[in-house]
Design a protein around this ligand. Sequence first.
Ligand SMILES: [Fe+2]
Length: 75
Amino acid sequence: MKGLLASYTFEHMEIASYTILIAAANSVGEAEIARVCEQNLREEEAMAEWLESNLPQVTQTFLTRAEADSDSAKR
Ligand SMILES: [Fe+2]
């Protein structure tokens, strides 16, 4: 769960970083750099969306396993 939280957080840091780089590249007329950063930004957004869509299922799996571990520890 901590790994998933860290990954989701990190993807959003990358999204913000590429958004800043695109703005900076555009402001100094570096169209090719902006284009590459936009391509990377789309990949980061896709990964963030994938992680977000899997958060509920991973949470459910974690809780199920934690409960099973707790039950076996009581025996
Ligand atoms: Fe990423």
